[in-house]
Design a protein around this ligand. Structure first.
Ligand code: N01
Length: 553
């Protein structure tokens, strides 16, 4: 960690966030001779994997693909041990990358950016932090993550609870002893579904308070055989090339085959096969699940059947069956023994759709019909996704235009990377880009490399600022909507649509067209001289300007 300077400093670029996006962006800009500072609220690198350290936290993209491809040295030196890596291993990987590339010397931890104000005359950004820093930078790059700001859980009486309250998204660093305790868990999305079986093994009793049942598929995680890892490493670059051309940015199975092109018995056996092989293989068998309602419904029914077969108590099984939201409309979860967990004597599902939570009380949770005494409360209540971290900062662009005002009716961006009125400010995996619908590390790499090329383009031509054009931005927002509109994803109450946060504008935020399609579009825009962006000139290159104007260090 670098010392916090007591004087103003100038940088070529300030990057907000030291997760995978901030790490690679720093490395890439530093390689260009730029003076860069990363500002990070956490005490270390890793972003989401720093914070979400709850037991059971595990990635749903296979480990050998959920990793940086830009460095042959790193991908050869690091060895993944499980098909789906658990949080501690991913965090160790992030730390390994930071060590290997010596990233920490340009990172300032335990510091939150509070405001970023554009100075029209100087064409620079003024950045202030909660540590009292005031920095000036030519570029600001928001590597703030799509799922980094916990949603306000909005549960009455929460502060009256006498016991400890743990958020999965802000899990303590020291182990929590649940032995002998009665635990209440609120939230049954990906995080709740992963943490519940772990708590159930340790606690005396676990009450799972479920409002909306999620679709979850068995992950079927396994240790990776050394021979497999060797094989991957032997042909890593070819594997990465394939991933780059894949809509999801990793080699998960996909297909064009339509559900009803199978005979009924074939559909069932194909489904059973995908269920047994685990992970997201289902989407590699039925290619039309997010567009064909009848296909979606049929596969949803097959999942319902699996729930009935697994969960012994019929009332619990019925409550666990997702209805109302199409399969894939909300993020599909991957689990380890989630449904089977409900056969344990110490686990009870509380269906709060039928029996709503009225209030948290000092000794537990009171629902309309019951009173559940608990010793500890775990909240897996989700995030203010995709826009939360950006709007938490007071960002003001040209002529004081506030990002909060500009996005009052939902986020508008060009390519999910730039916003009209906010020159030289970029959003890595921002709303309007494929981001959360892909292997996010692949999306991060594409954005970092595209942005680095843009900065090279500017420096070669002595261009001072770049800004998205209003028409290009408007056309992109329309395109993002047009791609999502025919899908069933528009019919679900999901965080993709902002539906989980009361009052949040209902706008479908990620780009559903696929990372490969998006990559080609972004490249053609670059090849066209950055069509849809405009530049303003400068006498000097960015590197030269910051080097001569640096005040401190
Ligand atoms: O959050 P969520 P998450 N009273 O928003 C419930 C990624 N991720 O942290 O739907 C009662 O999905 C809420 O109920 P409802 C992944 O992209 C990935 O689990 O609003 N319940 C819901 O059940 C994922 O999609 C991995 O009715 C309340 C839950 O809380 C994203 O992160 C692992 C409530 C929130 O579910 C977010 O997942 C973990 C209230 N007042 C996360 N407020 C992997 O890679 C909220 N809820 C595998």
């Amino acid at each position: 960690m670098t010392d916090t300077p007591s004087f103003d400093e100038r940088f070529d670029a300030i990057i907000v966030g030291a997760g995978f996006a901030g790490m690679y962006m720093l490395h890439s800009l530093r390689a260009r001779g730029m003076r860069v500072r990363v500002i990070e609220a956490a005490g270390g690198v890793g972003g989401t994997w720093y914070w979400n350290r709850y037991p059971g936290a595990r990635c749903d993209v296979v480990s050998v693909d959920y990793s940086f491809s830009f460095s042959e040295e790193i991908q050869q030196a690091w060895t993944w041990t499980e098909k789906y890596a658990a949080q501690p291993e991913i965090l160790r990987y992030a730390e390994f990358v930071a060590d290997t590339l010596d990233l920490r010397r340009d990172m300032q931890f335990d510091t939150r950016v509070e405001s970023m104000i554009y100075d029209d005359a100087a064409a620079t950004w003024s950045v202030t932090t909660d540590a009292g820093d005031h920095y000036v930078s030519r570029f600001c790059i928001m590597a703030t993550g799509c799922l980094s700001i916990p949603k306000d859980p909005d549960i009455p009486g929460l502060s009256s609870f006498d016991g400890p309250v743990y958020f999965t998204s802000r899990w303590p660093h020291e182990p929590i002893a649940f032995g002998g305790k009665t635990v209440g868990l609120i939230g049954t999305g990906s995080s709740g579904i992963q943490v519940a079986p772990e708590i159930a093994q340790e606690a005396d009793r676990l009450f799972v308070f479920q409002r909306t049942p999620s679709f979850t598929l068995p992950a079927r995680n396994t240790p990776l055989p050394a021979s497999f890892v060797e094989e991957v490493k032997g042909a890593y670059s070819a594997r990465r090339q394939k991933a780059r051309r894949h809509p999801a940015g990793h080699l998960r199975p996909i297909t064009d085959r339509k559900t009803f092109s199978y005979e009924p018995h074939e559909r069932r056996s194909a489904f059973d096969g995908a269920w047994e092989s685990g992970g997201l293989d289902l989407f590699g068998v039925f290619g039309d699940l997010v567009v064909d309602e009848a296909a979606n419904d049929e596969v949803a029914q097959m999942i319902h059947r699996k729930i009935e077969e697994t969960v012994a108590d019929p009332t619990t099984a019925a409550a666990l069956k997702p209805t109302g939201n199409p399969l894939g409309g909300r993020r599909v979860c991957l689990d380890t023994d989630y449904y089977a967990m409900f056969n344990r004597e110490n686990v009870t599902l509380v269906d709060v759709l039928k029996d709503p939570i009225e209030t948290v009380v000092p000794d537990g949770i009171r629902t309309r019909d019951g009173h559940y005494k608990i010793d500890a409360l775990v909240l897996a209540t989700g995030f203010d996704a995709m826009t939360g971290a950006l709007l938490k900062i007071d960002i003001r662009g040209r002529q004081g235009l506030s990002l909060r005002d500009k996005w009052a009716h939902g986020p508008v961006t060009y390519l999910g990377i730039a916003v009209e009125g906010f020159p030289n400010l970029f959003t890595i995996t921002g709303p309007g880009s494929p981001s959360v619908l892909t292997n996010v590390i692949a999306s991060i790499e594409q954005h970092v490399e595209w942005l680095s090329d843009l900065i090279d383009h500017m420096d070669k031509r002595a261009l001072k600022t770049v800004e998205a054009d209003a028409q290009a931005e408007e056309a992109w927002v329309r395109h993002v909507y047009d791609m999502a509109a025919p899908t069933l994803m528009m019919k679900a109450n999901s965080w993709y649509l902002g539906a989980n946060v009361p009052g949040k504008p209902r706008v479908f935020m990620p780009y559903v067209g696929g990372l490969n399609v998006y990559r080609d579009k972004a490249q053609s825009i670059a090849d066209d001289g950055y069509r849809g962006f405009h530049f303003e000139g400068n006498e000097r290159s960015s590197q030269a300007s910051a080097k001569t104007e640096t005040l401190g260090r």
